[in-house]
Design a protein around this ligand. Structure first.
Ligand SMILES: Cc1cc2nc3c(=O)[nH]c(=O)nc-3n(C[C@H](O)[C@H](O)[C@H](O)COP(=O)(O)OP(=O)(O)OC[C@H]3O[C@@H](n4cnc5c(N)ncnc54)[C@H](O)[C@@H]3O)c2cc1C
Length: 431
């Protein structure tokens, strides 16, 4: 079918957009693809109708939320882009949860929760653009995983349209429901390969007050790890433990115009409900900047929040998001220069979860030598090649380093059962 006819068929069942360029590149600018058309359904029935048109025409579909993903999963490849932007309804807060459309941003969920005296347990720097649907299917993490778990732990129910157009809907949010396979949780981490998530019931968490925030300089990465271990044990309600290294701090200071910090070999940004002082007394600390109010806490957070953006000013990074057993963080960082082949890397991350973001600058976008070396290093130390950003297109060749042949076969069987023709997100997740 000519592309013009495809676009006409899609516009008969849903709004469409002429802005193809706006959906063809990933957030980092490392990968660009080609979209045949962009569909903007605003109801679950319209999502099913869009999939029906594409199925009938033998055209595949790339699902796109906010486009902030860091593994190029939402970049089209001669596919129709199904944008969830107009699935933007938010229901009332009831019994500590709410139902949000897949296209609702994390910021909106947080605002709605806070207005009702609650909070949402997931937060990260792309909150103004990243969507509920994208965060669910990538099982996004962020800065509060030490307190509330990843997105998976917030999902009480999901509505999704499967490749054949059928709708699975479990949004009642029953505390107990032991009636077989949990199809909603199956969608978590599926990266859009099993269905289009259209709405989610999200668990909310109590709103914490009186939080203590400190940016602590230490003499080595080993001391940073020891500090986080002490804080985990002693501080009440630990909410965040983020690692920064001096090169990253210098860069973010320059880009964001932030004041200098006392020189140290590593920095840990900590947020807890209480007990930070006690924990800090257990380890050698070079310096600790402690926030006395919300405004100064925000200033300390800026060193971490602006990091991804600051790194992007240097070029197109190879973003390698790995997790390690807690005790392997120091050895991994010590071995990392050997895997970089002479290139530089900015490393920071959610140290409380054993999660490091390795941003390598220098190699061409399509040169994967460094990606290979870093991901193999993490896997050889018992870590994961994809901690919270997912697998997407970037990491498919290395999935076998984190998943056994039996697991890959089971994942493939699930994909084939739910999407036998490979309609949804071709080229994403599965090798
Ligand atoms: C500055 C910055 C900071 C970040 N910090 C973090 C962080 O701390 N922790 C973290 O985990 N991530 C982080 N990210 C990555 C990113 O924001 C998350 O992965 C986010 O969850 C992606 O949401 P999105 O709506 O932008 O998804 P997209 O990028 O649009 O899509 C991501 C994947 O989900 C699929 N998808 C999207 N919506 C749906 C749907 N409704 N149904 C089915 N499939 C769908 C897409 O096909 C794609 O495979 C950061 C990104 C940036 C730019």
């Amino acid at each position: 079918m000519p592309v013009s006819d495809l676009r006409e068929a899609l516009s008969a069942v849903s709004a469409t957009s002429d802005d193809l360029a706006g959906v063809e590149t990933d957030w980092t600018g490392r990968v660009t693809g080609r979209a045949l058309a962009v569909a903007l359904p605003s109801t679950v029935d319209e999502v099913a109708a869009v999939l029906g048109v594409c199925r009938a025409q033998g055209v595949r579909v790339t699902v796109r939320g906010g486009g902030t993903g860091l593994v190029a999963g939402a970049v089209p490849d001669d596919t129709v882009v199904l944008s969830t932007r107009r699935l933007d309804q938010v229901g009332p807060v009831q019994d500590g949860s709410l139902v949000a459309g897949a296209g609702v941003t994390l910021r909106t969920v947080q605002d709605r929760a806070r207005r009702a005296g609650w909070d949402y347990g997931v937060d990260f720097a792309s909150r103004d653009t990243a969507t509920v649907g994208g965060s669910v299917v990538t099982n996004a993490g962020g800065v509060h995983v030490v307190a509330h778990g990843t997105t998976r732990a917030q999902v009480l129910g999901v509505e999704a349209v499967l490749a054949d157009g059928s709708v699975v809907r479990r949004l009642a949010g029953l505390a107990k429901d032991a009636t077989g396979y949990d199809l909603g949780q199956l969608m978590v981490g599926s990266e859009g390969t099993l269905g289009v998530v259209t709405a989610v019931r999200l668990r909310l968490v109590p709103r914490l007050t009186g939080l203590e925030t400190a940016l602590v300089g230490v003499a080595s990465v080993a001391d940073a790890v020891a500090l986080v271990a002490a804080v985990k044990q002693r501080a009440a309600g630990l909410r965040a433990a983020e690692l920064l290294l001096p090169e990253g701090v210098a860069l973010v200071r320059e880009v964001a115009g932030l004041p200098a910090l006392t020189p140290a070999a590593a920095y840990v940004l900590l947020e807890a409900q209480g007990g930070l002082e006690d924990a800090l007394g257990q380890v050698d600390v070079v310096d600790a900047a402690v926030a006395l109010d919300a405004a100064s806490a925000e200033r300390l957070w800026a060193y971490r929040e602006r990091m991804t953006e600051a790194i992007s000013t240097l070029g197109v990074p190879h973003k390698l998001d790995v997790s390690l057993p807690f005790g392997q963080l120091g050895p991994f960082l010590a071995a990392l220069p050997g895997a970089l082949g002479g290139h530089t890397a900015h490393v920071f991350g959610h140290v409380g979860d054993g999660n490091l973001h390795v941003n390598v600058l220098g190699p061409d976008p399509e040169d994967e030598t460094v990606d290979d070396a870093v991901l193999r290093l993490a896997a050889s130390m018992g870590g994961s090649i994809g901690a919270e950003h997912g697998v997407g297109r970037h990491k498919r060749p290395w999935l076998h380093l984190s998943r056994t042949p039996a697991e890959l076969a089971a994942m493939r069987a699930v994909k084939t059962a739910l999407d036998p023709d490979g309609l949804l997100n071709p080229g994403v997740l599965l090798p």
